[in-house]
Write a protein that binds this ligand. Structure first.
Ligand SMILES: [Zn+2]
Length: 83
């Protein structure tokens, strides 16, 4: 019996190209403040700076990614590995 809960947020269709500039995609390691589960997520830099809430895949609670997240680096979209 959950009323109003369980709303999964989704990326807008054009979230990558807001303003015409491809946004950097960050890989973030988040640690859930509730259960201590550590997991990695990828999201746009502005999303991270906004401190958007993410959902722990283990306990299902939400917390701010900028408060409990650590940026590991930038995700390379086109993984061309030509030596
Ligand atoms: Zn958790």
């Amino acid at each position: 019996m959950s009323s109003g809960e369980g709303e999964a947020w989704e990326f807008p269709e054009d979230w990558e190209y807001s303003g015409g500039v491809p946004e950097r995609l960050l890989r973030i390691r988040a640690k859930c403040p509730y259960c201590g589960h550590t997991f990695e997520v990828e999201m746009g830099e502005s999303w991270y700076n906004m401190g958007i809430s993410i959902t722990c895949p283990k306990c299902g609670k939400q917390f701010s990614v900028s408060m409990y997240g650590e940026v590991l680096g930038e995700v390379k979209r086109s993984g061309k590995s030509s030596k």
